[in-house]
Design a protein around this ligand. Structure first.
Ligand code: ATP
Length: 263
């Protein structure tokens, strides 16, 4: 594994009962890059993320994170690796009974011995980064969907992770709010320099942010290419995916303008 590869899957097979989901997935994630995994619903994109996070074990094949074989490490080491991960899943998974401040402070309180004074400073810094100052005493139910995702992103970035995983981060948001999430993603990635692995249906928008796009189909990665190469690829399954998803690229000129203005 080269020094600049932070995560690698080699020949990963995974079945649930009689359902064979992954049939030999090979994939590499480069340090500091943004990898976007695309593919039809139910193909196993989230299953790939769960292997990277060490939440699922392959039936066959292996997963290496920061050069370490997840099949050969102890739980303590896996937990140590996970402290360098940030995760933003579809529902943002906030605790409803906790304020925004406490939700964002949680990783520091649970996983570190940082003093409350420093926690306050760190939380306020992340809230400012997400344009959330003033919302710290609110509860999740009092927030809009877009704000909830931003709180989730603030929390995911709290421990300054080396890798951040996004599983369909804009599900349920309108165009404006999903552009806002991608704008904040772009800004924080530049500032903090993390590696990003994103599962998304926001094609073709996501191509603007990706360094590499990987198509999962028939249980395998059919190609992991730059967005430009992906859109020109001759490989029949990639071609078919591009043709069905790229259709009319933007539904309106207004939407296109709004997207570009967001950067
Ligand atoms: N823990 C599990 N037990 C049994 N089946 C599972 C489990 N996790 C995933 N699956 C099955 O694996 C398949 C792939 O699921 P996955 O959620 O990875 O798809 P996906 O590509 O992320 O889909 P979507 O784009 O709709 O989110 C599905 O058929 C799902 O039901």
């Amino acid at each position: 594994m080269g020094n600049d590869i932070v995560i690698e899957l080699k020949g990963v097979h995974k079945a649930f009962g009689s359902q064979q989901v992954l049939r030999g997935v090979d994939l590499q994630v480069r340090a500091g890059s943004t990898l976007v995994i695309v593919g039809a619903s139910g193909e196993g994109k989230s299953v790939i993320l769960k292997h990277m996070l060490g939440l699922l074990k392959p039936d066959r094949g292996g997963v290496w994170v920061f050069g370490r074989d997840l099949n050969r490490i102890r739980l303590r080491e896996l937990k140590e690796i996970r402290t360098q991960f940030g995760v933003l899943f579809q529902n943002a998974a906030l605790f409803d009974s906790m304020t925004v401040f406490d939700n964002v402070a949680l990783p520091l309180r649970e996983r570190t011995r940082v003093a409350e004074g420093q926690i306050h400073a760190s939380v306020m810094e992340k809230l400012a980064l997400m344009d959330l100052l003033g919302a710290e005493e609110k509860f999740p139910a009092q927030l809009s969907g877009g704000m909830r995702k931003r709180v989730g992103l603030a929390r995911a970035l709290m421990l300054n992770p080396r890798v951040v995983f996004f599983d369909e981060p804009t599900t349920g948001l309108d165009v404006h709010k999903s552009n806002e999430i991608y704008r904040l993603f772009h800004r924080t990635q530049k500032q903090l320099g993390y590696t990003a692995v994103i599962v998304s249906h926001d094609v073709p928008k996501i191509f603007k942010l990706a360094d590499a796009v990987a198509l999962l189909a028939e249980g395998m990665i059919q190609g992991c290419l730059s967005p430009e190469a992906f859109q020109r690829a001759e490989q029949p399954l990639i071609r078919a995916f591009v043709e069905t998803t790229m259709g009319p690229i933007y539904s309106s000129e207004k939407e296109e303008t709004a997207f570009y203005e967001a950067f």
